[in-house]
Design a protein around this ligand. Structure first.
Ligand code: C5P
Length: 226
């Protein structure tokens, strides 16, 4: 029986991470958060005093990144060289710097290959994998059995991000979130085309869906493919 490989791409605030984890959990397969890999590399470069503008130095860091990622969707832990950075990689500082690492053209093939290797290992161990990011459906795993683009309107994405980061979606929090989210979308736009579905990729728009409904919508796409 061929492993259940599910690739999910989308912009921040689409619900991508929480929905992907819930889908992996429901299906009893492992999970890979590729954004966490770019974030961990960014954290490590800053920790080691690597200048993010020094492209060769960042590539060297990518080649030797001592990354530990749990594959359990219900217990996501990220470690770098023995330090638990699960929380540290989600700070605004990392969020505002990560695109500089992700747009480094020497870094991408290294992390993409590491992602393919991890997906294969997870699929072998658990019978499948849900991998999420920006270029999984197009570059990392274009042959995946299920490929989904999770989208949401800009308004819905900002509202969710605001609630997540600030605990509220009032006007002030929304304004602060808007700058951050739109800037990162713009910085990431050269990474890959993650707002329009590539050929054969199914779009799931979560703008008007609650969390459970989004999970069900993705599971319905999976069911239609297996
Ligand atoms: O998904 P998340 O917001 O954690 O991703 C963090 C950053 O990692 C993105 O803003 C993007 O710069 C980069 N990324 C990427 N390719 C992926 C996943 C994430 O370039 N497949």
């Amino acid at each position: 029986e061929s492993p259940l490989i599910i690739a999910i791409d989308g912009p921040s605030g689409s619900g991508k991470s929480s929905v992907s984890k819930a889908v992996a959990s429901r299906l009893g397969v492992g999970y890979l958060d590729t954004g966490a890999m770019y974030r961990a590399l960014t954290w490590w470069c800053l920790d080691q005093g690597v200048d993010l503008a020094d492209e060769a130095a960042v590539v060297a860091a990518a080649q030797t990144l001592p990354l530990e990622l749990s594959t359990d969707p219900d217990d996501q832990r990220v470690g770098v060289g023995g330090s638990d950075v699960t929380v540290d990689i989600r700070t605004t500082e990392i969020s505002s710097q990560v695109s500089r690492v992700a747009t480094n053209t020497g870094v991408r093939p290294i992390l993409q290959q590491a992602q393919r290797d991890r997906m294969a290992a997870i699929a072998t161990a658990t019978g499948g994998v849900v991998a999420e990011g920006r270029d999984i459906t197009t570059v990392v795993a274009p042959d995946a059995l299920v490929r989904i683009l999770l989208t949401a309107s800009e308004e819905a994405r900002l509202r969710r991000r605001s609630a997540e980061v600030h605990g509220t979606a009032d006007e002030e929090a929304m304004a602060a979130t808007r700058d951050q989210v739109l800037r990162r979308d713009r910085d990431d736009s050269s990474v890959s085309q993650f707002t329009v579905a590539a050929d054969g990729v199914v779009t799931v728009d979560t703008s008007d869906l609650g969390f459970d409904e989004s999970v069900e919508a993705v599971l319905a796409v999976v069911a239609s493919r297996v």
